[in-house]
Ligand binder design. Structure first.
Ligand code: NAP
Ligand code: MG
Length: 496
């Protein structure tokens, strides 16, 4: 939906220009970009066998940042063989305590280099620097620290179950949290003694490649982690490769299903972290300002490019007018623009394709009768991929916007009368990744937690992550957990 649409409601900002800030752009600092990035295979930078590269751009202004190697099945094959050799000869036989030291070293280097990695994440992916700096990078380091600690204690994580590594892991990650998803996958795999071939998303390969520069600095033995960049076919080649023992995938439900079909009947292990259509349930006794802030962050955080984004809000009918007033007021004060500006709340949409998907969903919402509210204060930059944060009211459960994952900054507001009705409507989705409950009463939180179908439930907060806490879904949101002991179990063979 373009900003000029006449069917959009744009309430006035109530507090004049009190919310204007002077620009505060982050400098590029120590970041040095290469013009061209090869694959990282067996500890070396390797040109693609077929000699082709694709360009990766800054979605905020469409400028090309670098060329990245296009991986073919030959590159995947080289990487899998390097990972197998490292598994058999170095990483596998290495005492677990020594593996832990490498992970601690890598975690410390990530902390030291957090600023340049955060800048690169925002440049290549479009997310606001305050998120990449304050959320993504601290969590990336935390995941390596947490799993470094487990490396020599797996027998305590799984007493009497004789944990053993799975072997060579193929890991395929999306573009919404490029470095964090790499950390979620690499750290537990390595801590359990596995070796890895990682395929980043085509629009956001750069931070995973920079992480390989840090692996070089950490003297990680060759072949323990390999990165093959490329498109969907590169990922498909990794899934098919007979030398892979486990596939870990995060991305769309559609591709997840294809992968599940591909590995069915093979001995490959599989974990899938797929889409979601999370619901917030906002009860009439909740602290409303706190809830509104949580809902706003839960959907506009990272432009809604979050699988657990709270994209449906169910408000108890008696408070809906109050909630809508506060929600639209807060919508007006969101700052959309340059991802590298420290004041920016909502950055650029990751790619033109994703922008088109979001526009398509929003146009469909309007056609199906919902009312679109956008901010009157937002002016979108001319270049780059942008979408104004949007709230839909007059939404029914049957409308496409209430059922399908939009993966953009779009919130659908609906109402309920009784907790039973809230539960039924929130659970009326093929997904089951996460949900949020807002109420002052602990008893209501427990009742909702019993009834909500979702891998993660937040109460009076939203989108909080910790490496010790398992994350993952039910139904079409996938299976398997990442984080905590459950996440470790996905990278071990265990005796029963
Ligand atoms: P996607 O196609 O599922 O991509 C995820 C990863 O899988 C990327 O690295 C992708 O490579 C790779 N891939 C694509 N096709 C593959 C195949 N046949 N076999 C193996 N790997 C393959 O997701 P997307 O197209 O980037 O996003 C589409 C939708 O996915 C979004 O609108 C959103 O609904 C959902 N999504 C969910 C999450 C999540 O965290 N659950 C994250 C991102 C997207 P390329 O990047 O090179 O295509
Ligand atoms: Mg990019």
């Amino acid at each position: 939906m373009s900003d000029s649409s006449s069917s959009v409601s744009r309430p006035e900002l109530q507090f004049g220009n009190a919310w204007e800030y002077a620009p505060a752009p982050e400098s590029l600092g120590a970041l040095t970009l290469r013009e061209r990035y090869d694959h990282f295979i067996n500890g070396k930078w390797k040109a693609p066998e077929e000699g082709t590269y694709f360009s990766t751009a800054n979605p905020a202004n469409e400028d090309t940042l670098a060329d990245v190697a296009e991986g073919s099945h030959k590159d995947v094959d080289r990487a899998v063989k390097a990972a197998r050799k490292a598994y058999d000869k170095t990483w596998g036989p290495m005492p677990a305590r020594e593996r832990g030291k490498f992970l601690f070293r890598l975690a410390r280097i990530i902390q030291e280099r957090a600023r340049e990695l955060a800048v690169l994440e925002s440049l290549d992916g479009g997310k606001p620097i305050k998120e990449s700096r304050d959320i993504d990078l601290p969590l990336v380091a935390a995941h390596f620290f947490y799993h470094a600690g487990w490396a020599d204690k797996l027998n305590y994580a799984f007493p009497n179950r004789n944990p053993r590594p799975v072997g060579v892991c193929g890991q395929i990650i999306p573009w919404n949290f490029p470095l964090l998803m790499a950390a979620w996958k690499l750290a537990p795999a390595l801590a359990c003694g596995n070796t890895v071939v990682l395929k980043p998303a085509e629009t956001t390969s750069l931070t995973a490649l920079h992480l390989m520069r840090l692996c070089e600095e950490a003297d990680l033995p060759p072949g323990v982690v390999n990165v093959v960049t490329g498109h969907g076919e590169t990922g498909a080649a990794l899934v098919k490769h007979p030398g892979i023992d486990k596939i870990a995938f995060t991305g769309s439900t559609e591709v997840g299903k294809q992968i599940a079909r591909e590995v069915a009947g093979s001995s490959k292990r599989l974990t899938l972290e797929l889409g979601g259509k999370a619901a917030h349930i906002l009860m009439d006794d909740a602290a409303i300002d706190q809830a509104v802030e949580g809902v706003i962050r839960g959907i506009f955080f990272n432009q809604g490019h979050v699988c657990c984004a709270g994209s449906r809000l169910f408000v108890q009918e008696s408070i809906v007018d109050d909630v809508m007033t506060r929600l639209t007021n807060r919508l007006q004060t969101l700052r959309v623009g340059n991802p590298l500006d420290k004041n920016t709340d909502v950055g650029a949409i990751n790619s033109r394709e994703q922008l088109e998907r979001i526009r398509g969903h929003v146009a469909c919402g309007c056609e199906e009768g919902a009312t679109l509210i956008q901010s009157s204060t937002v002016s979108l930059p001319e270049k780059g991929y942008w979408f104004a944060p949007s709230i839909f009211t007059d939404v029914t459960g049957e409308q496409t916007i209430a059922r399908e994952e939009i993966f953009g900054p779009v919130l659908s507001v609906m109402t309920f009368r009784t907790p039973k009705e809230a539960l039924e409507r929130a659970n009326n989705t093929p997904y089951g990744l996460s949900a949020g409950v807002w109420t002052q009463k602990g008893s209501k939180i427990f009742a909702m937690a019993q009834g909500l179908k979702g891998g993660v439930l937040w109460a009076n907060t939203y989108n909080q992550f910790d490496p010790a806490s398992p994350f993952g879904g039910y139904q079409e949101s996938g299976f398997g957990r990442e984080g905590g002991r459950h996440g470790l179990a996905a990278y071990c063979h265990l005796d029963f």
